[in-house]
Design a protein around this ligand. Structure first.
Ligand code: CDP
Ligand code: CDP
Length: 223
């Protein structure tokens, strides 16, 4: 069968990575991998164990016990840590608040990168859309399709605030800006690396963004 065709998608929060990658995978009949879910699930695990998320040695010591599983179907993927279905809880603000501290530990990144490559290698579909922050540069730098999905900051903040209730837009915007700033000190997902194609969704609606991504996939792979 050989390795699946990888479509690597990186970008900042609110650029549309998850929703657009999922829809593109669905249209292509391919798999989908949300790598942020693993960073979030590990953060949940660290909080659950009452470890200090900023204590990198404690986090590294916990890695061998981190039993992580994720589905790759774009419509019905669930996230498990051991027997716990953490699909929803990993989106909670308490988890989001500590994820950048976990994600900056090099041993954590190496561990999860290995996990992602194993999941990709075991894929049964012809291709897989893999979405995150360092997919085009670290996880799958040789992918035949590498995309940086961007949008102006104002637009990204507005999209994310529109999804939430009970939080002021200003609060959401500030938390997101802080997370992007912390994350971009570790990996550069604001500038396209050599050979990475930028898709700017600032002036595109959702369907237009999905079409733009599919067009890049078709151009690069002739599928
Ligand atoms: O969807 P959203 O933009 O809120 O974030 P996410 O993709 O779920 O990622 C959550 C966090 O995981 C990010 O803020 C990064 O700290 C980390 N992450 C990472 O470091 N590398 C990746 N490839 C994916 C996520
Ligand atoms: O994963 P990431 O944080 O990059 O973004 P997302 O959670 O997929 O997208 C954030 C929101 O923006 C979602 O509600 C999308 O439907 C919306 N979106 C949009 O309104 N227009 C686009 N061109 C792309 C995404």
């Amino acid at each position: 069968a050989g390795l699946p065709i990888v479509v690597a998608v990186d970008g900042p929060a609110g650029s549309g990575k998850s929703s657009v990658s999922k829809a593109a995978a669905r249209k292509l009949g391919w798999s989908y991998l949300d790598t942020g879910a693993a960073y979030r699930a590990l953060s949940w695990f660290v909080v659950q164990r009452r470890l200090d998320p900023t204590d990198s040695d404690a986090v590294i010591d916990a890695l061998p016990d981190f039993d992580y599983r994720i589905g790759t179907h774009p419509d019905t993927y669930h996230v498990f840590v051991g027997d716990h279905d953490v699909t929803d809880v990993i989106r909670e603000p308490e988890v989001t608040a500590v994820v950048s501290a976990i994600a900056r530990v090099p041993e954590v990144r190496a561990f999860l990168t290995g996990l992602f490559r194993a999941i990709i290698a075991h894929g049964e579909k012809r291709g897989i859309v893999v979405e995150g922050r360092d997919i085009t540069t670290v996880v799958c730098p040789d992918a035949p399709v590498r995309i940086l999905l961007t949008a102006d900051e104002q637009v990204r903040m507005a999209r994310r605030s529109a999804e939430l209730t009970g939080h002021s837009a200003a609060h959401v915007g500030e938390a997101l800006r802080r997370r992007d700033a912390a994350d971009s000190r570790v990996v550069d997902f604001m500038n396209a690396a050599d050979g990475v194609i930028t898709v700017d969704s600032t002036d595109l609606d959702f369907d237009q963004t999905v079409d733009a991504v599919i067009a890049v996939v078709q151009k690069e792979t002739h599928v």
